[in-house]
Write a protein that binds this ligand. Sequence first.
Ligand SMILES: N[C@@H](CCC(=O)N[C@@H](CS)C(=O)NCC(=O)O)C(=O)O
Length: 403
Amino acid sequence: MQWRQPSVRMLGCHGGRQAQRWVVQVFKAVAPKEMMPVEHLRSDKGETQVFEGQYVLWGGEHSLFTRKLQAMLNYLAVPYTFKLKSEASQAAVEARLGTHFIPGLETPEGWFLHDTTPIGLMLNHKYPDRPLLPKTPVQKIAAHLLEDWADEWFGRYAINSRWCYPDNVAAIAEGFYANRIGRFQAEGLSSDEKLAAAELIQTIRDNFGLRACHNRGCGPDQSAQVRRDFDSLMQDAAVHFSEQPYLLGGCASLGDFTFAGLFKAHIASDPEPRRWIEASAPSLLRRMNEIFESESSRGEYWPGDALPKTLTPFFHHMRDTYHEFLKASRLALAEGEKWCALDLGDGPVSMRALKYSEVSRRHIRAEILALSNSERKAVERALEPLGVLDAYRLPALPVATAA
Ligand SMILES: N[C@@H](CCC(=O)N[C@@H](CS)C(=O)NCC(=O)O)C(=O)O
């Protein structure tokens, strides 16, 4: 018997925390019944309803990017299960993902994806009624800039406050150990496990945490600079989020989830950065948790493709910090250097040049180049005076293989 795949057209989505239902129409489908799962079948009008199924979020409770992706899934109100990448699941998850980085997303289709930025782009296409990015040119490019900056710069606050303060290291030991043995932190540990946790965290600090801080130029010698930078940025963030629900108005964009992920995984849960935020911008604790838990309410981005004025300090911040890194890292990679240096106010700081930053920089550059002339003019009018396009205008240089 001849049969062909049904054409699938998404006709509607029902929000809420219920399983998502896609109403699917089968056009001239002639598949024999036994070849289709029973729940795909509906008798009348040739229409079927399918349950989309569950996503699986693979990651860790204390991981900024895991929590960023979780905030996205919450916002989209798609059904998902959070599974820990533990000692037991690690080999299988990494084999499917092709990376040791977390998070991973296993989709209902059985795909294993990593990197929250392209995952966000994919989800944005998949659920067009709950956008994760604006469609208008100025806000779209601004959203990419905000996400790129937050993803790559906020890690400095996260890892410095986590690994450079001995009391903080001791306080996170049990949570890390619990996740490693496949347990959520709230499930608790036995007294023997607590002892093992206290030992293990020192090893993680020495073999991973402090090395990561060194690579990002945010080790103990930079703690004062990191703290000043954090305090001042969070005061600006508190002003912005007291006026706007999200970065770009009444609808979230990708960078909002990085903010929420930073808070969920680090600022609200680790004692050291929690002290920082309580002293500098305590109102953000509640707001960021609300964003972490929020579902799309089908709100609108700020009208007229404009940018809220309270974002200006963020643009100035990215111009003076992350964009300087982007430029220095690009040159270092082209020269085959592993390190680059930038001055954040206290003299030159060495940072590892990052191939990934060049990949995301080129992606945003391509987005800008793909705009029509009139769209590009609008983007330049809004973003040029803020000085945030220069780093993305630079052409790609061939990356020397030694880097
Ligand atoms: N660009 C990636 C970054 C992922 C990432 O850096 N994840 C951290 C945890 S929050 C990680 O796996 N770190 C392990 C390592 O650096 O070796 C994303 O957006 O998913």
